[in-house]
Design a protein. Structure first.
Length: 256
């Protein structure tokens, strides 16, 4: 079993709920293009996106989560929703005590490769993978950027193999009694080392991190330490044309 957990922000924290809803719906559509059906999606939210279409593979976990009013609160909101999704896995018995499952957090505006589930099925003994490379896509453009060190810019960048006890029994389960690292995306292997686990690099780009034109900056595609000249060279070197193959693999909505 492969479980995608999608934490969605609440309408009260958005300046444009319609846009956030549209992005989330396209994220769900992207996930559902997997070339294996052995997966479930847990959409964890205060309110589902506008025009949300129920599907047998989507489990809607809708609760009255606290509304964050700061950046730190927003991070805590993601943590709470990912943990609540993990709780739901045990609650719904998607995994049995003698089983394991692959789990991936997916931010509600990103897109994922349609090869993830089938790849995990071919490597059942692996502890999981981190996304060494991914793509950055500025919405509306005819190109995207290949991004090394993808885990430093996107939370949609790790797959974990979780045993039954890695899933919290409830929201009150202490952090040291479940695989809390699932919600993280930075320094994951350092956090997993005490548990005897290690993620390997995924051998292909696993996700697309989408950004709007107004927040595009060199820090997304290059390095904030670069000069403007080096940043331009970086963008040229890693720029990729949007191809039919990429459109199909990631379900880029602007091209459908």
């Amino acid at each position: 079993m492969f479980v995608f957990i999608v934490p969605l922000r609440s309408p009260e924290t958005c300046s444009n709920w319609e846009e956030v809803s549209s992005l989330c719906n396209s994220t769900l559509k992207s996930i559902m293009q997997q070339d294996s059906n052995n997966y479930r999606i847990l959409l964890v939210c205060n309110l589902p996106p506008l025009d949300f279409t129920p599907n047998e593979r989507i489990i809607l976990v809708q609760e009255s989560f606290s509304i964050p009013n700061s950046w730190e609160g927003g991070i805590g909101d993601i943590y709470s929703k990912v943990k609540r999704g993990m709780v739901e896995v045990r609650k719904r018995e998607l995994i049995q005590p003698e089983e394991s499952a692959f789990v991936m957090r997916v931010d509600a505006d990103d897109l994922v490769s349609n090869r993830l589930v089938s790849f995990a099925e071919k490597h059942p003994t692996s502890d999981g993978w981190y996304f060494l490379i991914g793509y950055i896509y500025e919405i509306g453009k005819q190109y995207l950027f290949l991004r090394p060190r993808f885990t430093t810019v996107s939370g949609t960048s790790n797959i974990f193999k979780c045993n039954y006890l890695d899933f919290p029994e409830s929201m009150d389960t202490p952090s040291n009694e479940w695989l809390e690292s699932v919600w993280q995306h930075l320094s994951v292997n350092k956090l997993l080392k005490p548990k005897g686990k290690k993620l390997n690099p995924l051998p292909f780009p696993g996700a697309v991190y989408r950004i709007s034109p107004q927040n595009m900056s060199s820090t997304h595609v290059g390095d904030e330490r670069f000069s403007t000249f080096k940043s331009v060279l970086w963008k040229i070197f890693f720029k990729r044309k949007v191809t039919p193959a990429l459109i199909q693999e990631f379900t880029l909505p602007e091209f459908h």
